[in-house]
Write a protein that binds this ligand. Structure first.
Ligand SMILES: [Zn+2]
Length: 362
């Protein structure tokens, strides 16, 4: 029996907080059936790559602030560095042991140059970070460094946790991530579709039409007009509420709407917001003929959210394609992005692992 293991940091960089998880990865070419977890506990799963059984398990997690008032990358990389050191020493892991790093980032991370090349509007310094430089300062003999878009990485997480959404081998599932903007992921039972550069599924920048839109024309952060996130993101929901003098969170407004306690303004804004998300969902249903749509983001803590969007989507989607599409709220886990990044790293760097760990151990 061949066996090896290593540690990997999964890091999910968000606008406000960055979540860090230390994961232990065990690789074996044989598996004892009784070792396999009965169900995929959210942060302990088995993957099968080329008939190797790979167990990924969370050891420790940590959260740091992404931006200081001066919004400098130095503050961020220094606190990252300190957290890595703290987590390793707390778990008695030798700093000289090879460790892997996988970062989930907003915007457009380029895994070839190991940089974010743009699109992370909420973290202005993100495209200045030379990930390779910082990691090699911390660990000169790291196993690999992997970058992935933060919503695509959530796709890896949901794919491995929510296996019941797939009825057949050919099924497609879509993730719509609601936050400051709108992100997306497209995945099947075994694949997450990254596209040519790993940037597929920018659902937030599909231009929309929906009945409540009227003749509105509004500019998106990307420079185009009437992208779905201009109306459907949680950021725009809150902005619309503020515009009517309502200083409440999106979650509070949505809950008032659900309980039929919303005043006229909150009701109209909420219906407008839901309508825009339904138009987006319908567009996606008509393109992908998916088996499921999963809604993620902090707002998905409102249990009824996916049901409401589902009901309203019927008026925009083609009726044959709409039938049978299941809408879910995402499996809520603070570490979904970090965990997904770790899975993606192992899948794309498996050749490196075989080369670096396997041969040495034999
Ligand atoms: Zn846009």
């Amino acid at each position: 029996m061949r066996k090896t293991s290593f540690y990997c940091f999964g890091v999910d960089i968000g606008g406000t907080f960055t979540k860090i998880g230390l994961f232990k990865i065990d690789i074996s070419n044989l598996i004892n059936k009784k070792d396999e977890p009965k169900e995929n506990y959210p942060l302990n799963i088995y993957l099968n790559i080329d008939n190797f059984f790979i167990n990924i398990k969370l050891i420790e997690s940590f959260k740091i602030r992404t931006q200081d008032p001066e919004k400098s990358e130095y503050f961020f990389v220094n606190s990252l560095y300190e957290s890595f050191k703290k987590i390793l020493s707390k778990n008695n892991i030798n700093l000289r042991k090879p460790i892997a790093f996988s970062f989930a980032t907003p915007g457009f991370p380029d895994n070839k140059v190991k940089k974010v090349v743009g699109g992370a509007f909420n973290i202005p310094f993100l495209d200045k970070i030379e990930f390779e430089n910082y990691i090699s300062k911390f660990q000169s003999s790291y196993l690999y460094l992997n970058l992935i878009n933060d919503v695509t990485s959530q796709g890896y997480y949901e794919q491995n946790i929510k296996k019941e959404i797939f009825k057949t081998e050919d099924d497609i599932a879509l993730l719509i991530a609601l936050g400051t903007g709108i992100g997306g992921a497209i995945f099947t039972k075994d694949k997450v579709i990254g596209g040519s550069n790993g940037w597929a599924a920018e659902f937030g920048h599909l231009p929309l039409w929906f009945s409540k839109l009227g003749g509105k024309k509004n500019l998106c952060t990307c420079g185009k007009i009437n992208c779905s996130e201009v109306y459907g993101s949680v950021g725009s929901y809150v902005r619309m509420l503020k515009g009517k003098g309502k200083n409440i969170s999106a979650e509070e407004a949505l809950n008032l709407y659900i309980k039929n306690e919303a005043d006229r303004d909150i009701m109209e804004i909420t219906e407008f917001w839901i309508d825009s998300l339904s138009a987006l969902s319908a567009t996606l249903i008509n393109i992908f003929n998916p088996s499921a749509i999963i809604i993620s983001g902090a707002i998905s803590k409102v249990a009824e959210l996916s049901k409401i969007i589902y009901k309203n989507t019927e008026k925009y989607a083609n009726k044959y394609l709409f039938e049978g599409v299941k809408f879910y709220n995402a499996t809520s886990s603070d570490l979904a992005g970090a965990f997904g990044a770790v899975i993606h790293g192992i899948k794309s760097e498996f050749h490196v692992l075989k080369e670096k760990l396997w041969k040495k151990d034999q």
